[in-house]
Design a protein around this ligand. Sequence first.
Ligand code: PLP
Length: 389
Amino acid sequence: MNPNKSGLATLAIHASSQSDAHGSPHVPIYNTTTFSFASTADLLDVVDGRKAGSLYTRYGLNPSIFALEETLAAIEGAEHAWAFCSGMAAETALFLAHGREGIVCIGDAYGGTLELLSAQLPLLGIKTHCILANELEKLDGLLADGARLVFFETPTNPTLELIDIAAVAAIAHRHGARLAIDNTFASPVNQRPLELGADFVVHSATKYLGGHSDITAGALMGAKDLLLPVWNWRKNLGSMIAPEVASLLARSLRTLDVRVRRQNATAQAVAEAMRRHPRIGRVLYPGLPDFPGHALACRQMRGFGGMLTIEVAGDGAAATRVADRLRLFALAPSLGGAESLVTQPCTTTHHGLAPEERARRGISDAMLRLSIGLEDAVDLIADLEQALA
Ligand code: PLP
């Protein structure tokens, strides 16, 4: 397939060049740890990289994983992709391969990412810096001091703050540094960071790419020469995706476009209904014209996503009562699945931060983060209204 000619929905179904001897329309699960060869010469061709081929599953050299990676690369418009056993595994391999001279993380990021950057990587002597999105003036100095990898999520969690990918890519490249975007929240349907100048895209495929809350997986996309150094880290950290999971993820990607478009439309309807509700103080959603990041969202996103945050009028206890009364929204901290989820950041994703640090990041106790699923919009709105009543 020519990635420049087809749309994402087509690529998600047809991008893999792997074929099946029995005519299956998708690559079956190769539940195989090792692959045999007719001769030592054939084996050495694959071991030495002269020929592509299956060899050993932990290396990623397995047809189910090849098929998935071709599709992952195509949907992000990337030259290449590696699949991982989780989003954190993808980030860890990326940071170890490309971040050893220093990493700058901008804005709010997933708690596990912030912990890896602030607690674990410094144990290996890696300098990491976390700056807020409104402290971008610090970036030049940190890159001048030697940091070589810039990383951020946009929209951020849970305030849905937007960060300008093209502008940060220009700053990073001026210093010879690379930019990596965690595109989990937006998904490639809504945002194409590589087209905006980013060098890497990383995903928790556990979320929208998987889309059914039934697999844990990760992905890293980018140019082939930049991904090659990551390969050995993945191989020796042992962070390979399992063939069964690769097959399930490839299955899920076939419906990514239709799922995310539906989630975008429902999230917009829920955001508009919540903005009119007397018991809601604020609604944070990039698709609302008065949202501070709306203009940037219109420039760098193709859709506004399925994530939104509402601020209940009152205190954290009032928000907890609403969360506990919801019936369709399950109280769970993940996102991107077919079922809608609610989470109160101060009790889950940002529980580990001191209250002052949450306040500095604009995260109030009255906030509820909603991951909009595939249910009918009217039912989700009715559920929120009964919980708020
Ligand atoms: N990035 C984001 C934005 C996430 O929300 C998460 C998990 O919640 C991760 C990365 C880590 O992904 P995983 O749980 O697949 O390791």
